[in-house]
Design a binder for this molecule. Structure first.
Ligand SMILES: [Zn+2]
Length: 348
């Protein structure tokens, strides 16, 4: 706790912010904006109220940046609509492959990125099979999950667990197909099982996640946290990985986007859980950020850099412990900004 506070204090000071952020939409958004960097700029884009790139004063990663998407209205439509908003497993018809297909790949000794242009699932290789975090839209399952695993030398029949960050179609769209085909155990939070059950042709209810749950498969144990905010039961994760044999710890914040329709209760939950995860991540020593939308931290470009890595080069995913806390601080400030606006304390 103290360590977290010290690191955060250092972050705030380095950003030349007043020690106490005024509790207004403007001030919280400014606090988030002051902390933007390539490890979090896309997350802020989806979590913060409409912001204008000119005011950010940050350099955006290639292809990223707020200017490419409309403001609050656009985010409401894009962030919520595209991720299902609890309705639909994706488009009624499969979009053209060139619109979504991306090449995945290995990022750590035991962690593989299975990804479309927009969304990422993660395969954790253990001594006793695969833990799959998220599944992408259903239409991408064959190309990205099944063939994607084969391309990196893994067998989709070895998927023993699917853990779903939250029950939106861009993350759970292929659960039913994978559940029927490979018979893995499927884990969601109780609240998001409720969300999933409301879908037409839902997948079969299996295991309920528990906050702080240790999920062990073979030689690997991941930790699952229930962190409501983006949905009523969004899951976040700590995942032990190895880089050329050296152990590190990856953190995933399982639901990021917020919008004008996010309820006050959910915003408050998001804020408190982001704070809780700062302590968890700092206590555990998480030094890697992964996400389930490529935009959050320029994941496709980062994967390209990983593939181009030469012996001795640092792993582009190893961002260091302060960056994990910084990411959570940015999205938390975004949520505080929304909450201030909700409570009638907007732009002043
Ligand atoms: Zn979502």
């Amino acid at each position: 706790m103290l360590k977290t506070r010290l690191i955060l204090a250092a972050l705030v000071m380095s950003a030349s912010l007043p020690a106490q952020t005024a509790d207004t939409g403007t001030a919280h958004k400014a606090a988030a904006t002051a902390l933007l960097d390539p490890n979090n700029v896309g997350a802020a884009h989806l979590a913060c109220p409409a912001y204008i790139s000119a005011e950010a004063g940050a350099s955006y990663p290639p292809g990223g940046g707020p200017a490419q998407v409309a403001g609050a209205g656009g985010r409401g439509a894009g962030g919520r609509g595209a991720s299902g908003g609890g309705t639909g497993r994706g488009p009624a018809t499969t979009p053209p492959r060139e619109n979504w297909y991306a090449e995945g790949g290995q990022v750590f000794d035991n962690l593989y990125m299975l990804t479309t242009k927009a969304n990422t699932a993660w395969a954790i290789k253990t001594s006793d099979g695969i833990i799959l975090i998220d599944t992408l839209f259903g239409y991408a399952a064959q190309d990205e999950i099944v063939d994607g695993l084969k391309k990196v030398g893994l067998n989709p029949a070895d998927i023993k667990y699917i853990v779903v960050s939250h029950a939106h179609g861009d993350h759970d769209g292929a659960v039913k197909f994978l559940q029927d085909t490979y018979k893995p155990r499927v884990i969601l939070s109780p609240k998001d099982w409720e969300l999933a059950a409301r879908e037409p042709n839902p997948y079969t209810h299996d295991m309920d996640a528990v906050d702080g749950q240790k999920l062990t498969l073979g030689d690997t144990t991941i930790t699952i946290y229930i962190t409501p905010g983006h949905t009523g039961g969004t899951l976040s994760f700590l995942i032990p990985v190895r880089d050329h044999g050296v152990p590190h710890l990856a953190f995933e914040w399982g639901g990021t986007a917020l919008g004008a329709n996010t309820s006050k209760e959910m915003l408050q939950s998001y804020i408190s859980n982001a704070g809780r995860m700062m302590d968890v991540a700092a206590g555990a020593g998480a030094d890697i950020l992964i996400g389930n939308h490529t935009e959050y931290n320029g994941a496709l470009e980062r994967l390209d850099r990983t593939k181009a890595r030469k012996p001795g080069d640092p792993n582009p995913w190893l961002v260091g412990k302060p960056e994990v806390l910084r990411y959570l601080t940015v999205v938390q400030e975004c949520a505080k900004s929304w909450l201030a606006i909700d409570e009638g304390r907007p732009w002043n």
